[in-house]
Design a protein around this ligand. Structure first.
Ligand SMILES: Cc1cc2nc3c(=O)[nH]c(=O)nc-3n(C[C@H](O)[C@H](O)[C@H](O)COP(=O)(O)OP(=O)(O)OC[C@H]3O[C@@H](n4cnc5c(N)ncnc54)[C@H](O)[C@@H]3O)c2cc1C
Length: 406
């Protein structure tokens, strides 16, 4: 089966090709060909180009700075960008655009949309995600960050943890307990917090690699204006779940394109090392090929639902579970193909720690080893694989709920 798009969609693809041809250098072969500071410089200029063209948030209404494009046009843009090896935004846009912006469009007030959405796109505000706490990860409903209303502002005390890119952000969307007497999922509110205040302290967490990608965030009498609540006071759980649907399921249709090009690169690595005749390696590569195809068809299924106006909900867990478990296995295969060379990684490392290396990246051992080391994290962030299986069982398939402590 080969899925096809409508003629109108293919005509739109030509427009995207023309945009890419006009805006990219003539000798462009993908972000993976750039190194060091050139990567950051390109991404920040490219983000401005996308913003001017309405491509930074192609589906958002034009009034908020988006492109006002249809769901199918958005997928075509994402597909062509993935093939060309250009990013769809900057490093914090996954939090600002994909997660918060999409959630505000569904659940924010008109004032919140008018204020925040254009600022997210212009880069005036940079966001991070404040969900997890030391005692609330998989059991997110257990959050303890307290918000108490004092006059016309909330006063926050407590802690968040694992806040990715929190040191690069100036705003955090955060879950706080606003009614400690209500059942645990009912007393939570979703707050929009300006981090530029003395009551907020960001402490980077040092990883075994020596780098710091995520942080602890401490709130000591931090303040938030009363109206900066999304979806109503004590209704934060529903808002949090809307956002997780976008976090887990939004890229189901386009992510397999990046996995396909990553797998083709792995096949070239196997060829270079004379391993394509090894029956075990061949079998493992074939397994990976079949998984990428399944993801592609699942992506098409998601796209069909998206076109019918359905936003990702609990079913986002299907693609999250599938891609993250696949990615663990394909990167293990890469390390096996590298053999002893994986012990002394050399060459260009990936520009981003998350998911695949950029299109056009060389087959360096550093590229594959870094991606391998990060692949396990994919099975944890945005909810662990065990939790995704629970969600699929209970909320998608309607199986009996797992036993819970009294
Ligand atoms: C790279 C990375 C980036 C992250 N970025 C952010 C961020 O920006 N913002 C943010 O808020 N959080 C972030 N997180 C945190 C992430 O959401 C949590 O790590 C995740 O939800 C798991 O929670 P936990 O670490 O507390 O593990 P726990 O909840 O303590 O789980 C430990 C183990 O027990 C299993 N388990 C727990 N409950 C069940 C159950 N009911 N049934 C079966 N198994 C279960 C889990 O699957 C896991 O294997 C990030 C995490 C990582 C790894």
């Amino acid at each position: 089966m080969q899925p096809t798009y409508t003629r109108e969609a293919e005509e739109y693809r030509e427009k995207v090709h023309a945009f890419l041809a006009e805006k990219l250098p003539a000798d462009w072969h993908g972000l993976g060909r750039l190194e060091g500071d050139d990567i950051h410089a390109f991404v920040s200029e490219w983000r401005k180009t996308l913003h001017e063209a309405g491509y930074l948030a192609p589906g958002w209404p034009v009034v908020y700075g988006g492109g006002g494009l249809s769901a199918l046009e958005q997928v075509i843009i994402a597909e062509e960008f993935a093939k060309a090896g250009v990013p769809t935004g900057g490093p914090n846009d996954v939090f600002g655009i994909q997660m918060l912006g999409n959630t505000l469009l569904l659940r924010g007030t008109d004032e919140q949309k008018a204020h925040y959405l254009p600022r997210i796109l212009s880069g005036a505000d940079t966001w991070c995600q404040g969900y997890s706490e030391p005692n609330a990860g998989s059991d997110l409903g257990n959050i303890g960050l307290r918000a108490v209303l004092d006059g016309d502002q909330w006063v926050l005390n407590g802690q968040k943890i694992w806040t990715s890119a929190g040191h690069l952000a100036d705003h955090i969307f955060t879950l706080a307990r606003t009614d400690p007497d209500a059942p645990k999922h009912k007393g939570i509110s979703f707050l929009l917090v300006d981090m530029r205040q003395p009551g907020i302290e960001v402490r980077p967490i040092k990883m075994i690699s020596g780098e710091s990608e995520f942080n602890e965030i401490f709130y000591t009498d931090a303040v938030v204006p009363k109206d900066e609540v999304v979806g109503g006071v004590n209704n934060g759980w529903a808002v949090a779940m809307t956002l997780l649907g976008f976090e887990r399921g939004e890229s189901a249709a386009t992510m397999p394109i990046r996995f396909q090009s990553e797998l083709e690169r792995l096949m070239r690595l196997a060829e270079e090392r004379g391993l394509t005749r090894d029956p075990i390696i061949r079998q493992r590569l074939a397994w990976c090929h079949s998984k990428v195809q399944i993801m592609r068809y699942n992506g098409m299924r998601t796209l069909t639902q998206f076109l019918a106006g359905h936003h990702p909900g609990p079913d986002g867990a299907i693609s999250k579970l599938y891609w993250s478990e696949y990615h663990r296995v394909v990167t293990e295969l890469a390390v096996d193909i590298l053999g002893a060379d994986a012990l002394v990684p050399i060459g260009r490392p990936p520009s981003s720690a998350f998911q695949t290396d950029d299109a056009g990246a060389p087959n360096s051992s550093a590229s594959w080893v870094d991606t391998f080391l990060n692949a396990r994290a994919g099975t944890i962030y945005a909810g662990s694989s065990q939790i995704q299986r629970n969600i699929i069982g209970e909320m998608v398939l309607g199986l009996p709920k797992e036993p819970r402590p009294a």
